[in-house]
Design a binder for this molecule. Structure first.
Ligand code: SAH
Length: 405
């Protein structure tokens, strides 16, 4: 097979959808699966090119980015024609930066572009103070002209000291893109210091999970700190963000704060973050399930517990196991809470719906013989927009609960 790369200004090929594919677009979801693309219609389309999308009768439905390998063959990018993809992408990046001006406060670390939720499918851009981190997840976003447009726009709009690219090898493989290393795309800095809600963090653009931090929890850190008190435990603490927010509360309502995580490198960063804020905190390297079990056997009690585990349901097949995991964690935490205690419990599994998550936490409360009051039901920070008709953009849930006396 000869590989052609998308020329930025060539005439767009046309892709016809099946009736079901066209119907899907009417729901304002931007994805069409390969099985809903008219067979034969996409045989000669260059990987990563812009295509004109039509229904069965030839009616123009808009323009999309085409992937030759992903199950998601079509990702809509415009309801009209696209003259020049790099220009459109530069415009959309500027619009995303503008959108956040009103919504993002008290931080110099936040998501600037969130893929479909910012009408830029396959592109994620996070800002960490003067370092910008880019993730490219589709063939179209990987084109040389598009890459140039992304870098030039970020340089012009943000004047960063460095732009790094974080590569997800598994996704490049799925998209049949040549392997690449994570590294500096432009400038000189790959690491820096950032601040969220007045708490400082060390940032290393080439280390850690996601693009380095869990920026989607930023507003939840501040919310948790509003209610936390007494002895606090941050389970699945990663680099210590919840714990540090609790320890640095202005009115010092937490008498002790400790964090647990199974990743030693995450805890080393947690230590550096603690020092950066002029504090000392206890970080425990352990399996949080085991630690909670041991603590509850030993009758340890807490006034505040944070549960922010990794996504237990990566696919629909894992759902049963995921529910069992969430239930066990929440049950143990509730049993360990003193009367009036606060539980901050999160799920970042998109497949676990908000209603199902509440149900599983409610089941845990029933088994723990506790009446829990829901103080807040929260999602991701506002720099991670939720597109109403794209459920995949509403993946993070954070419940703040108060235990009965
Ligand atoms: N609360 C963190 C993000 C947590 S991400 C923040 O806001 O920054 C989930 C974390 O769970 C990761 O750091 C991962 O290392 C850790 N983890 C995964 N399985 C674990 C287990 N069984 N026990 C303890 N930690 C675990």
């Amino acid at each position: 097979m000869t590989k052609r790369t998308a020329a930025s200004k060539s005439v767009a090929a046309t892709v016809k959808l099946t009736a079901r594919g066209a119907q899907r677009l009417l729901t304002r979801h931007p994805w069409v699966y390969r099985s809903d693309v008219d067979a034969g219609a996409a045989n000669d389309v260059a990987p990563g090119s812009v295509v004109r999308v039509q229904d069965q009768r030839g009616k123009f439905l808009g323009s999309a980015l085409y992937s030759s390998s992903s199950q998601i063959a079509i990702r809509m990018i415009s309801h009209g024609p696209v003259e020049d993809l790099p220009t459109l992408i530069a415009d959309r990046i500027r619009a995303s930066i503008e959108y956040r001006k009103e919504l993002v406060h008290q931080t110099n670390a936040y998501r600037l572009v969130f893929s479909e939720a910012d009408f830029l499918p396959g592109l994620i851009i996070d800002r960490y103070n003067d370092v910008v981190s880019v993730q490219i997840l589709t063939q179209a976003m990987d084109g040389a002209a598009v890459r140039r447009a992304i870098i030039e726009t970020l340089k012009k709009e943000l004047q960063p000291s460095g732009i790094v690219e974080r590569v997800e090898p598994r996704i490049r493989d799925l998209e049949q893109l040549p392997p690449r290393q994570s590294g500096l795309l432009w400038g000189e800095k790959t690491g820096t210091e950032v601040e969220m809600n007045g708490v400082k963090f060390v940032y290393d653009g080439l280390e850690g999970q996601k693009t380095g931090a869990f920026l989607d929890q930023r507003e939840n850190y501040a919310a948790a700190a509003r209610y936390a008190h007494g002895d606090a435990l941050d389970a699945f603490c990663y680099q210590g963000a919840f714990a540090l927010h609790l320890a640095l509360q202005r009115d010092d309502r937490c008498s002790s704060v400790m964090g647990v995580d199974s990743s030693r490198s995450a805890l080393e960063m947690a230590d550096r973050n603690t020092a950066l804020n002029g504090r000392e905190l206890e970080w425990i390297e352990a399996n949080a399930f085991d630690l909670l079990r041991d603590y509850s056997t030993a009758n340890r009690r807490f006034d505040t517990i944070i549960l922010d585990p990794p996504a237990f349901a990566k696919s629909k097949r894992d759902l049963e196991k995921a529910y069992a995991g969430y239930k066990e964690l929440n049950l143990r935490a509730m049993k360990m809470l003193r009367p009036g205690g606060i539980l901050v419990t999160c799920s970042c599994s998109f497949h676990v719906s908000p209603a199902d998550f509440i149900k599983v936490v409610a089941d845990a409360a029933q088994d723990a013989h506790k009446s829990m009051r829901m103080i807040e039901s929260r999602g991701a920070a506002k720099d991670h927009p939720v597109l109403l008709n794209v459920p995949e953009t509403r993946y993070l849930q954070c419940l703040i609960l108060s235990a009965s006396d």
